[in-house]
Design a protein around this ligand. Structure first.
Ligand code: SF4
Length: 275
């Protein structure tokens, strides 16, 4: 009798019929322990990003996974040794198959650790009260838009009028008195703020506000729904007036600067600025 035969005889027969039910618990535990970053992170993300476009890849992967997992398991059961031990003995350069398996894992591990950290962070956000976002992107849009509308020199009327109107309506939304009509005004001006522009400022206004409104539509909806800023916080965007010897000098009075480039008193400052 060979060594292989003796191992085969020593194995217990697989459970059959109702006896299989007794293995469900260990089976579930094994299944959960085998779920990795692919199942938790990559597959849901790819599904969310590409919809059904890559479902063929999923089917191929599932078919391959079934074969590979089954054969790896069978190899271990039949020989009594780990699959990597067998791969290490394959003909060719020493250990090439093990390296072929290990190297991609090292690369994937980097993304996996980052992904798991993200998943853990998301779980903490869901489990703990409060909100980790310290200010709203709507506030960012308002303050950048205000900066650009004030700095607009006014040579091109659509730039000055449009950026001012956009700022005014963003401010209404930010301070809780805005409604859907303000969004319409903003959207309307975004289509014309660059008309006849002589420099890039108007394009900056258009690109910045458009991209923020597209990417963070729920933020604006939240403002309108609550009738206030959900996370009010002063977010100064000071004007840089000098940069010398590694030191930046800001214009502290910028928040009092008006669209006509005069300076208001503190108590006449923009409402959204007063926190
Ligand atoms: S586009 Fe440029 S030049 Fe024209 S008003 Fe705006 S800042 Fe001035």
């Amino acid at each position: 009798m060979t060594n292989r035969d003796s191992k085969t005889q020593a194995m217990r027969r697989p459970p059959g019929g109702w006896q299989r039910v007794g293995w469900l618990g260990p089976g579930f535990l094994w299944m959960v322990s085998a779920a990795g970053s692919g199942e938790l992170l990559f597959t849901p993300r790819i599904g969310a990003q590409y919809g059904y476009a890559l479902v063929w890849a999923l089917l191929v992967a599932v078919a391959l996974k079934w074969v590979v997992n089954r054969e790896v398991g069978r190899y271990t059961v039949v020989t009594g040794e780990a699959f990597l031990q067998g791969a290490h003995r394959l003909a060719g350069p020493r250990g090439w198959a093990v390296w072929m398996l290990a190297l991609p894992q090292v690369v994937v591990a980097v993304a996996t650790i980052a992904g798991l950290a993200g998943a853990a962070g998301t779980a903490l956000v869901l489990a703990l009260p409060g909100d980790i976002r310290v200010w709203t992107i709507g506030d960012v849009a308002y303050r950048f838009s205000r900066f650009l509308s004030i700095e607009s020199c006014g040579q091109c009327p659509p730039c000055k009028l449009g950026s001012s109107a956009i700022t005014e309506n963003l401010e209404r939304i930010e301070t809780g008195v805005g409604d859907a009509g303000d969004l319409d005004v903003i959207t309307g001006w975004l289509g014309h703020v660059t008309d006849g522009n002589r420099c890039y400022l108007a394009v900056e206004e258009q690109t910045m506000v458009t991209s923020i409104m597209r990417a963070f539509a729920e933020e604006f909806a939240e403002h309108l729904e609550l009738g206030r800023c959900p996370r009010p916080r002063r977010l100064p965007i000071p004007k840089l007036i000098d940069l010398a010897d590694g030191r930046a000098v800001y214009d502290d009075s910028f928040w009092r600067k008006q669209p006509d480039w005069t300076y208001a008193a503190d108590d006449q400052d923009a409402p959204a600025h007063r926190q």
